[in-house]
Design a binder for this molecule. Structure first.
Ligand SMILES: [Fe+2]
Ligand SMILES: [Fe+2]
Length: 221
């Protein structure tokens, strides 16, 4: 579990808080990476989680120009592909119950995600030192209680932000067997405080308010 940040990282630039569906991840430069991980995208709704998280990652990079955007984007795209290499049954039985953040399967999906990155990226022309930087972020993205760098922080925030959109609430509420209103409450009390950047916090608040209104969570509880 991430420790709440002492102070969120700020920026002088203003983050776009419009619905994420309005700005899908731009460009086609990562299409070859996407194609290489199609099988891994089928696990645990990665084919929704990863493209949405990449769209959020690009919004965060836009207001943090000092960050290496290519590193943030590739690490975000690949961070959860390891779920495609672990036993599907264990994802539900161990990954979302009890002390799920410390479940062994969490460490396993991080290790497997690093292996996926090392398999997929070099043949596509990514340099060894770039691959090392990607795997440093993937390794521990859910279990390491601190961020290693600005890029790591942006990946961590993008990984959480998708849940504040109504599509994220719909999927994740089902994983945890919660109703959308209860899950939205949990986002507010548990996930929102963990965000590391002010831009992500602003984005999350705007998206959660819209999702709550759309899903009528004030009365459907
Ligand atoms: Fe993960
Ligand atoms: Fe994730």
């Amino acid at each position: 579990m991430s420790a709440p940040p002492a102070a969120r990282l700020t920026t002088n630039l203003t983050v776009d808080t419009s619905p994420i569906v309005l700005t899908p991840a731009a460009g086609t430069d990562l299409d070859d990476v996407w194609r290489a991980v199609v099988p891994e995208s089928r696990a645990r709704s990665n084919d929704v989680h990863l493209p949405m998280s990449l769209a959020y990652a690009e919004r965060l990079c836009a207001v943090h120009p000092r960050a290496d955007a290519r590193l943030v984007r590739v690490a975000t795209l690949l961070h959860d592909t390891g779920w495609g290499r672990v036993d599907e049954e264990r994802i539900l039985s161990e990954g979302f119950t009890g002390d799920w953040r410390k479940a062994e399967i969490r460490y396993e999906h991080e290790r497997q995600g690093c292996l996926v990155a090392r398999e997929v990226l070099p043949p596509l022309g990514y340099a060894p030192e770039f691959v090392d930087r990607v795997t440093a972020i993937i390794d521990g993205h859910d279990t390491r209680p601190y961020s290693l760098s600005l890029e790591d922080s942006l990946v961590r925030d993008a990984d959480r932000l998708w849940r504040f959109d109504y599509a994220g609430i719909a999927l994740a509420a089902g994983w945890f067997r919660l109703d959308p209103a209860t899950y939205a409450d949990r986002l507010e009390t548990e996930i929102l405080p963990e965000l590391l950047t002010e831009a992500a916090h602003t984005l999350a608040v705007a998206h959660l308010a819209r999702s709550r209104a759309l899903l009528k969570t004030d009365v459907l509880r």
